[in-house]
Design a protein around this ligand. Structure first.
Ligand code: PLP
Length: 439
């Protein structure tokens, strides 16, 4: 693929940018509001103040595909932290040894879910360089999520600088070999010790890095549950092994919804996740990988677990169409992967109509019945591009062509293109090289 500009070709649909101040000007508004609410003397987040305290007891790096990697709880040697208070603003950020946080039992986050997070990966390229994938988008979304739950604002570009610094210190040791990647989890919590329900007066921003198994590739040696962390002591067994076929989805039941218009489904906040675990647990116990979240009596298809959801089908008129749920009503999370899939297909496949609109389970069933349903896939950082083999919808089994042995060439093509950018096989502005510092 030739390098291409990232300006979208089609007119932008109503996006989060319209509704929640995510435009550049909006970001400035949020920041000035944040600042003007406090004393004029408060400090902004400032990457140039970064302090580094090395870990004097560094860990060993576990082997690829080992149980430690599958446990999804093996962190690198350091974390980055930055404290904020209403009085003084952001204190100097610090990279320091990874370890427990100290917060009071009364801390706001422990009672009122004043928490937001991000998820991205650092990739070791074929050319030996470490890259992030469109991290500016994560920085913006992090700010937007924080703002939604009254956590303090920050200049996204300063956050991005800190993120790069942190990745730059950890990457040489933790992702040394081409093809390796590691998961990065920026988090913000309200820490003020007071039970009164009020806007956070103290907060902590922190970033950690966790070894992560290749969830998008069934591993020959250790295929295990794809989303729930396996107990670290348990070696993956044959029993938990899944066929390589594809993601199996269980449509949510009518009495459980993930998000609603005017809610916070479009913010990456912990409050979206805790209450979804009952449904997720049921999916897993019934042999499915993820919940396909439906909305409303019409059974609109929204997202699949922590991934956005795409369908490739033929319209009744015979046009090829890629469809995904729209952003306007705030019911889905605006994924970086989602935006990238949309951009990519719009630019490279004039034969496919790319549509962001509401679509229903009934439409999916009808298309399947009429032989028009070609592919469906989840798109997100954790599971990357995950082709779907079947969907169980309230007593009906919808089997996609993949479930009948037809390879998901379209989804796999997108996956390869994105992967080439992430690992630097394709020089592209979405792949952002990180400067590294050997400790
Ligand atoms: C994080 C997330 C996604 C995927 O977003 P990416 O930026 O592509 O990783 C999709 N849906 C939900 C609910 C999420 O939390």
């Amino acid at each position: 693929m030739a390098p291409v500009a990232i300006t979208p070709i089609s007119p932008p649909s109503p996006t989060l940018d319209d509704t929640s101040k995510l435009t550049k000007a909006g970001t400035q508004t949020i920041l000035s509001e944040t600042v003007s609410n406090s004393s004029p003397a408060v400090a902004d987040l400032d990457a140039s103040k970064l302090i580094f305290t090395p870990n004097l007891n560094p860990k060993s790096v576990p082997a690829p595909n080992s149980p430690e990697v599958w446990s999804q709880n093996y962190t690198t040697d350091h974390m980055l932290t930055a404290r904020w208070t209403e009085q003084s603003g952001w204190e100097a950020p610090e990279i320091r040894p990874y370890g427990p946080l100290s917060i009071m039992p009364t801390a706001s986050v422990l009672h009122y879910a004043t928490e937001c997070f991000e998820g991205l990966k650092a990739y070791r390229g074929a050319d030996g360089k470490a890259r992030l994938f469109r991290p500016d988008r994560n920085a913006r979304r992090f700010l937007q999520s924080a703002t939604r739950i009254s956590l303090p604002g920050f200049p996204p570009e300063e956050f991005l600088k800190l993120l790069k610094k942190f990745v730059g210190t950890e990457a040489p040791k933790w992702i040394p070999e081409p093809g390796q990647f590691i998961y990065i989890r920026p988090t913000m919590i309200a820490t003020a010790p007071a039970l009164g329900v009020q806007k956070p007066r103290e907060a902590l921003l922190y970033i950690m890095m966790v070894l992560f198994p290749p969830l998008d590739e069934p591993s020959p040696a250790a295929a295990v549950p794809k989303s729930l962390p396996a107990p670290s002591t348990q070696t993956p067994t044959q029993e938990t092994k899944r066929p390589a076929a594809g993601m199996r989805l269980l449509a949510s039941s009518h009495d459980m919804i993930r998000a609603w218009p005017g809610g916070f489904g479009n913010a990456k906040v912990g409050a979206n996740y805790g209450p979804s675990l009952v449904a997720q647990g049921e999916a897993r116990s019934r042999g499915y990988d993820q919940i396909l979240w439906l909305f409303g009596d019409e059974c609109f298809v929204t997202e699949a677990g922590g991934s956005n959801f795409f369908v490739l089908w033929k319209t009744p008129e015979g046009r090829l169409e890629l469809v995904t749920a729209p952003l306007g009503d705030g019911v889905i999370l605006e994924g970086v992967t989602r935006a990238s899939v949309l951009d990519l297909v719009r630019r490279t496949r004039p034969d496919i109509d790319v549509v962001e609109r509401k679509f229903t389970m009934q439409e999916l069933l009808k298309a399947a019945d009429e032989g028009r349903l070609l592919e469906a896939f989840g798109a997100g950082t954790a599971f990357f591009i995950a082709p779907c083999s079947d969907i169980h919808f309230r007593g009906v089994d919808l089997v996609l062509p993949l479930g009948k042995g037809v390879l998901a060439d379209f989804a796999m093509g997108i996956k390869k293109t994105l992967k080439d950018i992430m690992y630097g096989n394709e020089q592209h502005e979405w792949g952002v090289v990180v400067e590294e510092e050997k400790l």
